[in-house]
Ligand binder design. Structure first.
Ligand code: NAP
Length: 304
């Protein structure tokens, strides 16, 4: 059986590693530094709370410098950490190594795929939700789906069976980039506005003109990237998400309010930089990006 190396034991890393381990699959955590490894050993394992019940999973952990080969790597870091984290373990890649990239947005996956072309890179778009309580304890907060795909190879890997046995919901898609672009466009229309207006998703109903202007530009960007069918339904999809999540605070809102770095470069930043690259004018998206960066500056958070 191939070992699942899980790089990063945050919310999603804990969620994935715990489910794989309890299905009896071999899992190995890779932690950031000796302090985190020592904290982990003191904690005695990973804790996952689901439906009010908490279980402990005593999964082995190591540092990047360990010397066993890596055949399958689940990258569970934030988008801004992914490439550097993979660089720390890349010398251990076996010839047939595969990576699964859980990052939100776009840009970090392409950076990893182009820097290590010999490793097969699967991109994952997840709608599951988990949050970290503290240390190595996460709560599974929202059922969802994990879409997996490889932009360069439409063949599904045989080890998807591991996800079946671990009861990790998943679907293979031959258009993972379309999935990620669609999620990115929804995020760009909703999340930055919730930060700037300091509001829940539902309160964006009070800003229809701003939403329409952003949706028009995002739809043009989707068309330019080859997704006219996603563009046609975007404004309606944005309204549906706002209604379905009206009482929620967006993930970007939560990051900013908790004083955490956002993934802005891989979301709104990626939309703006892609538009600039292809010569598409997106003044509303650019303006939103600047206003968001100013707000991040004021709060002392990284603007990238
Ligand atoms: P998170 O809770 O912040 O976890 C990220 C983990 O990566 C942290 O534990 C961090 O370590 C670790 N890390 C960073 N650099 C590392 C390195 N060099 N070596 C080892 N570990 C390293 O983030 P998350 O919420 O799981 O999100 C991960 C990705 O999934 C993001 O792109 C996010 O947008 C996406 N996503 C999340 C959810 C969700 O519900 N959470 C849902 C869908 C998509 P430290 O603990 O030492 O800082």
């Amino acid at each position: 059986m191939t070992t699942w190396h899980v790089l990063g034991a945050g919310s999603l890393g804990i969620l994935w590693a715990s489910r794989l381990a309890r299905a009896g699959l071999p899992v190995q955590l890779i932690l950031r530094n000796p302090d985190r490894l020592s904290d982990y050993r003191n904690a005695g394992g990973l804790r996952l709370t689901e439906n009010g019940q908490t279980h402990l999973y005593r999964i082995p952990a190591e540092l990047a410098q360990a010397d066993t080969p890596i055949r399958r790597l689940l990258v569970a870091c934030k988008a801004y950490d992914a490439e550097n984290a993979v660089a720390q373990v890349a010398s251990r890649f076996a010839a047939s190594c595969e990576t699964l990239l859980l990052q939100n947005g776009l840009g970090s996956q392409q950076a990893v795929a182009s820097r290590w072309p010999a490793a097969r890179c699967l991109f994952v778009s997840s709608t599951e939700g988990a949050y970290r309580q503290n240390g190595f304890h996460a709560t599974f907060a929202g059922q969802g789906q994990n879409w997996l795909g490889d932009p360069n190879d439409s063949t599904a890997p045989a080890w998807l069976e591991d996800l079946v046995s671990a009861s990790i919901p998943h679907r293979w898609t031959t258009d993972i980039l379309g999935r990620l672009w669609h999620k990115l466009a929804l995020n760009c229309a909703i999340n930055p506005l919730t930060v700037l207006h300091d509001c829940r998703n539902g309160e964006l109903r009070a800003h229809p003109q701003a939403l329409d202007a952003l949706c028009d530009e995002l739809a043009a960007l989707l068309v330019a990237n080859g997704y006219p069918e996603l563009a046609a339904g975007l404004a309606e999809d944005v309204r549906r998400v706002i209604e379905a999540t009206a009482a929620n605070y967006s993930s970007m809102y939560q990051d900013v309010h908790a004083g955490r770095r956002t993934e802005i470069t891989y979301l709104l930043g990626h939309a703006c930089s892609t538009a600039a690259l292809i010569g598409l004018k997106v003044p509303h998206l650019d303006g939103l990006h600047r206003r968001l960066q100013t707000l991040l500056d004021r709060r002392g958070l990284p603007r990238d």
